[in-house]
Ligand binder design. Structure first.
Ligand SMILES: NC(=O)c1ccc[n+]([C@@H]2O[C@H](COP(=O)([O-])OP(=O)(O)OC[C@H]3O[C@@H](n4cnc5c(N)ncnc54)[C@H](OP(=O)(O)O)[C@@H]3O)[C@@H](O)[C@H]2O)c1
Length: 384
């Protein structure tokens, strides 16, 4: 029997898959968008090379991984009846990590997060009806808490449908949690809500850059339109990825929802700016919180400007993240600490190396291609 995982080609999915491969002996069935099986293997190699060399990857692919080429937004995940039936029969639990994170696209968020999660709900129901499902884990986000200011949020009181949301991403993830709770009352469900995930405490490399790029922009500004005392709930990807995998595997969980966040260990803007370095050098800055509102408006105008002006990307990036950078809200993480006995490292401990890596590589991961030879001829991962 295997664990069915979505989102393995993404940033956090790669961490969860790596952890499951290295700390369990479970088979993994991975849903991957691609033209064909070899294309799917190559996409998995692109995401997993952050964690392992090709030989180890190839060994896992040959012995532990079943690739399912499909798409969340297609009926029955785009699998034919035979493959869908095989997936139902062979799956003991489901870990749904995949999502659309594009805060600017309501259409993508609706399609992938709502329609896609509904497809997963139907899959879980069918598995449960056939032979029971050990656990359905859903990776959500702390953004489901909606618009907030100067608060500490606890898991069970985060969701309030009367509250406005910052963007369609937050709104659709909130509705996913609701849909899962209402449609799968008999299934053991676990919800994991990461906060802002950036970097790794063990190495400088990352393959996800949007928030890192926004942070680098702020770190280079001489005048910071931020409140020095406001806190940023930033948590490393290794803590989050490992927590997702470890919680999914635990025989019993004390709670149904976990914040995967820095919580009370979150650093203030003043601490971040004081302790971070760029190229080994301290940052030079002055805080001017009163410029926050005009700065947010300017980012919005830049986002809407013609591409030719060259500021629309940076504007869109800052516009999308600005509410989360300025809301001075943290997410209590006592549950995950109690459950796993680990506390996430603060961003100041590993953030400088991350920013240096990102700047040095032009905010792109230096991917290694699939090694030469007839693509994947020698790797015999099961079907799809
Ligand atoms: N990163 C963060 O800071 C953060 C914070 C809070 C919560 N989260 C949550 O963590 C989860 C993973 O986020 P991430 O940062 O790893 O995102 P990511 O790197 O963008 O990965 C998204 C994954 O979803 C897959 N996906 C998207 N649309 C799909 C579709 N139609 N069919 C099948 N797969 C599809 C992507 O596949 P392709 O490779 O084919 O595009 C990719 O594997 C999400 O649920 C997100 O809400 C992330």
């Amino acid at each position: 029997m295997s664990i069915f995982v979505t989102g393995a080609t993404g940033y956090l999915g790669s961490y969860a898959v790596e952890r499951l491969l290295r700390t369990t002996d479970q088979r993994l069935s991975l849903l991957v968008r691609a033209k064909d099986v070899q294309g799917a293997r190559e996409r998995l190699w692109q995401s997993l090379q952050l964690h392992m060399g090709f030989e180890e990857f190839r060994e896992h692919l040959a012995t532990r991984i079943d690739v399912y080429v499909g798409d969340l937004t297609a009926m029955r995940l785009g699998l034919d009846a035979e493959r869908y039936g095989r997936l139902l029969k062979g799956t003991e639990s489901v870990l749904h990590v995949a999502a659309a994170l594009n805060r600017m696209s309501a259409r993508l968020c609706h399609d992938v997060n709502l329609r896609g999660t509904l497809e997963i709900v139907e899959l879980v129901r069918a598995i449960d009806a056939m032979h029971g499902v050990r656990r359905f884990s859903f990776v959500s986000t702390t953004a489901v808490a909606g618009e907030r200011q100067d608060e500490t949020i606890y898991e069970d009181s985060a969701i309030d449908f009367g509250r406005k949301d910052y963007d369609p991403y937050a709104r659709t993830k909130k509705f996913c949690e609701h849909m899962i709770a209402r449609t799968l009352p008999e299934v053991p469900i676990a919800i994991y809500r990461p906060a802002i995930v950036m970097g790794d405490t063990r190495f400088a490399a990352t393959s996800q850059f949007d928030m890192v790029r926004a942070t680098a922009m702020l770190a280079r500004m001489k005048v910071l339109p931020l409140d020095p005392g406001a806190r940023q709930d930033i948590v490393p990807a290794d803590f989050v990825g490992h927590a997702i995998a470890d919680l999914h595997m635990k025989p019993e969980l004390r709670y149904g929802i976990y914040h995967l966040s820095a919580g009370h260990g979150s650093k203030t803007n003043a601490e971040l700016m004081r302790e971070l370095r760029l190229g080994g050098k301290p940052l030079r800055y002055a805080f001017m919180p009163r410029l926050g509102a005009p700065f947010g408006t300017t980012a919005g105008l830049a986002a809407a400007s013609p591409r030719g002006l060259g500021v629309s990307y940076a504007g869109a990036l800052l516009k999308g993240f600005w509410p989360y950078v300025t809301f001075n809200t943290i997410f209590d993480n006592n549950r995950v600490i109690e459950e796993l006995g680990q506390v996430p490292a603060p961003f100041t401990q590993y953030g400088s190396a991350l920013l240096d890596f990102a700047i040095e590589h032009g905010f792109e991961y230096p991917h290694e291609p699939w090694p030469a030879g007839p693509p994947g001829a020698e790797v015999s991962s099961s079907p799809a």
